[in-house]
Write a protein that binds this ligand. Structure first.
Ligand code: HEC
Length: 140
């Protein structure tokens, strides 16, 4: 009887540590200092917000398309960063990061083709990715 208790206790402790660790990963990665909320504030929000505004107003100049392409590129990179440094806690997060990458990659192609309608449709996929991850993992 006594012999079995130690592995059971160890399993409980390890499970507890794993749970604490997973919660920590959401707000920050494992080894690098970047906080998720800082990335959101400095990358996701400004680049996504700019695209929403630009596509709503309509892009007419070549310089506008180039700027939109830059914002879309940053969002594709964000989809990779959110998966890096053991930050991802579960499949909801992983799927949202994938949708962010694929949606913004498709949007970038539409922007390069100067196709506003397609870019706006792809933007909806990106916004869906923000929403899905926040519904599961953003506390406030
Ligand atoms: C894979 C998950 C994930 C995706 C995708 C995601 N977010 Fe977030 N976001 C979070 C988490 C987690 C927080 C809360 C971080 C915290 O408070 O520690 C957050 C917080 C935020 C915040 C609040 C930051 C602050 O100052 O507290 C903003 C703004 C934001 N996200 C914008 C976006 C936008 C825009 C997108 C889509 C382009 C997006 N996010 C996509 C996970 C995600």
């Amino acid at each position: 009887m006594k012999k079995n208790r130690i592995p059971i206790l160890a399993a409980i402790v390890i499970a507890g540590l794993a749970a604490t660790h997973a919660a920590g990963q959401i707000q920050k990665g494992k080894t690098r200092p970047l906080q998720t909320k800082v990335w959101m504030k400095t990358v996701n929000q400004p680049h996504c917000g700019a695209l929403v505004k630009m596509l709503k107003a309509g892009i007419t100049e070549d310089s506008g398309w180039a700027e939109a392409a830059a914002h879309a590129q940053m969002l594709t990179e964000s989809g990779h960063v959110l998966m890096a440094d053991s930050r991802c806690p579960d499949t909801t997060w992983a799927n949202a990061a994938k949708d962010l990458r694929e949606g913004s990659e498709a949007m970038l192609k539409a922007i390069e083709a100067k196709d506003s309608a397609a870019a706006s449709a792809d933007l909806q996929k990106v916004l869906g990715a923000c929403k899905a991850c926040h519904a599961a993992h953003r506390k406030q």
